[in-house]
Design a protein around this ligand. Structure first.
Ligand code: CP
Length: 349
């Protein structure tokens, strides 16, 4: 209410129409609310400086992952969609920092099956937990939850929209393997239409002057909205439908993705495209020495198993980095600073 009154007074001198004023007040209050609550809905909310700050936090946690920094806190993980890595790495992150974890991995065991709404579920869990990590099949569900919840919401994936915590671990992995985030050639391969990880990646990398190559069948091409985003922000991109050793020879990062069966309304279309892009060992013959293969996982049929032992393969280490990136995100959302982490006396060796 204090913010509302202050904003109304500040805007009155501009003589805006009632509708414009209401919209501006709502938008500003939303931003202030999220800053106060420190929710993470989309990586697009983070500046270059904030991303670098979170990477420094992740480095600290990689050095010392076991601490009691979150002792006394409760972290809720609400997964309305299946997950292995995201849920378990958030829960491990919380456990290794001394927090307690509540939640569910299957919405069938909740009162949602009796008709309880998402709003009521979020309000209830806010009574019990200090922070909510949520994955939902609906695009925009995390934003909605962040608008109504009195505690921070961390988006663990909302439909085909965004997956910001995955992006933080992807950026941390890129930084660790390339020694920088600036001026890299990043090749995104596979399901660029429904792949929320590649959408978040675009939003984050625009701070770092990348050149993107989008490799996808026409049916799964990068959506126009994201190509517009690139054009608006001066990000170079090239589109390909071929996938072979020559096409990927200029990559610093080869980011493979799964064709997401669960997002298709027409399963015949899924059958047509699902095995189109398989990375085979002999396709690495012309790769740059520094090139690393990333994949958010799970893998279905995008990377030959023989590549797992190859020095270019980095996807399992990438998933491991998720623990440290998510420790950073939990602490940041709960208001713990890098300085506090550096001066932390709760480290357990
Ligand atoms: N990368 C990722 O989101 O994996 P999960 O679906 O297993 O969480």
């Amino acid at each position: 209410m204090k913010n509302y009154t202050f904003l109304k007074l500040s805007l009155s001198k501009y003589c805006l129409s009632e509708e414009k004023e209401v919209n501006l007040v709502r938008k500003t209050l939303y931003t202030i609310g999220n800053m106060e609550k420190r929710s993470l809905v989309t990586i697009a909310d983070h500046s270059r400086e904030k991303i670098e700050y979170l990477i420094q936090m992740a480095e600290e946690f990689e050095r010392h992952p076991n601490r009691r920094l979150l002792e006394g806190r409760v972290v809720a993980t609400l997964f309305f969609e299946p997950s292995t890595r995201t849920r378990l790495s958030f829960e491990t992150a919380a456990n290794r920092l001394g927090a307690r974890v509540i939640g569910f991995a299957d919405p069938k065991v909740t009162s949602g099956t009796k008709g309880e709404t998402l709003k009521d579920t979020i309000m209830m869990v806010s009574n019990y937990a200090d922070i909510i990590v949520m994955r939902h099949y609906l695009e925009g569900a995390a934003r909605y939850a962040s608008e109504i919840a009195p505690v921070p919401i961390v988006n663990a994936g909302d439909g085909a929209n965004q997956h910001p915590s995955q992006t933080m671990l992807d950026l941390y992995s890129i930084y660790k393997t390339q020694g920088r985030l600036d001026n890299l050639d990043i090749y995104l391969v596979g399901d660029l239409k429904y792949g929320r990880t590649v959408h978040s990646m675009l939003n984050a990398m625009y701070h770092f002057n990348p050149t993107f190559h989008f490799i996808a069948p026409e049916e799964l091409a990068m959506p126009e909205i994201y190509k517009n985003f690139c054009r608006d922000h001066g990000i170079r991109y090239v589109e390909h439908t071929d996938f072979n050793a020559d096409v990927i020879s200029g990559a610093d990062i080869l980011y493979m993705t799964r064709v997401q069966r669960e997002r298709f309304t027409d399963l015949m279309e899924y059958e047509r495209v699902k095995d189109r892009y398989l990375l085979k060992l002999d396709m690495l013959s012309k790769a740059r020495p520094n090139m690393k293969i990333l994949h958010p996982l799970p893998r279905v049929n995008e990377i030959e198993y023989s590549i797992d032992e190859n020095p270019h393969a980095y996807y399992f280490e990438q998933a491991h980095n998720g623990l440290f990136a998510r420790q950073a995100l939990l602490c940041d959302a709960l208001g713990i600073t890098l300085e506090e982490i550096r001066n932390d006396s709760t480290i357990i060796n």
